[in-house]
Design a protein around this ligand. Structure first.
Ligand SMILES: [Mg+2]
Ligand SMILES: [Zn+2]
Length: 213
């Protein structure tokens, strides 16, 4: 059986603009680079799972039903570009409980990815995680996925240290991330050049990585 090729996507700041705690479907839109390039990945055989921290539920800012409306809206936006969403995972817990013991699902912990792997029978080392902050990268690395930091200016880089906080690939925009995935998985020659010399072949120490950033 052919391996499933899954791309875990962070939601806010990665596929849609980050409007803090927004659950109004009318305010949700895909970044143009996302709507342009998700179909390319789907044609290449990839499937998509959203993994999102939603502490607004624990804080009482919105309900799980309201978040379901967000999921439905995103499914519709995906459908509009001919793409399907395989699954949608969220952590409803607060930042204050973000220890592995009390909540293993809030990124940077890998619980959502691991739960998806169990449900969908995935080999996580063949999957990718794309996110706009290093907590996404760490969750992906802890789950043994390949990881991409999509730098939209949302990561302060104040806390870069730790092996788990080094992405495999650093991308400047979503199509760049997509091209990097295709080049990497297809083992294209010169893929480093093809992706603007920003692919990191081996995980470098965070301090080196900062220099290359
Ligand atoms: Mg984000
Ligand atoms: Zn959680």
């Amino acid at each position: 059986m052919e391996k499933r090729k899954i791309i875990f996507l962070d939601k806010d700041g990665t596929i849609i603009p980050d409007i803090p705690y927004n659950v109004n479907p009318a305010l949700i839109s895909l970044y143009s680079g996302v709507s342009d390039s998700l179909p390319v990945l789907q044609k290449a055989g990839y499937e998509f799972i959203i993994v999102t921290n939603q502490s607004g539920i624990a804080k009482g800012y919105f309900s799980e039903q309201q978040l379901t409306q967000v999921k439905i809206e995103i499914e519709q936006l995906f459908a509009d570009i001919g793409v399907s969403l395989l699954d949608f995972y969220y952590c409803p817990h607060e930042e204050s409980v973000h220890t592995e013991k009390s909540c293993g699902c809030r990124k940077p912990f890998p619980g959502m990815l691991q739960n998806a792997a169990l449900k969908h029978n995935l080999s996580l080392e063949d999957c990718w995680m794309i996110g706009d902050i290093l907590n996404d990268v760490e969750a992906g690395n802890r789950a043994s996925c390949k990881t991409i930091l999509l730098d939209r200016g949302n990561e302060s880089f104040d806390n870069t240290y730790g092996e788990n906080r080094v992405p495999d690939i650093y991308a400047l925009h979503f199509p760049h991330a997509v091209q990097s995935i295709l080049n990497f998985d297809n083992k294209n020659k010169n893929y480093e050049k093809l992706t603007d010399n920003r692919i990191i072949f081996k995980k470098k120490s965070p301090s080196n990585w900062r220099l290359n950033h």
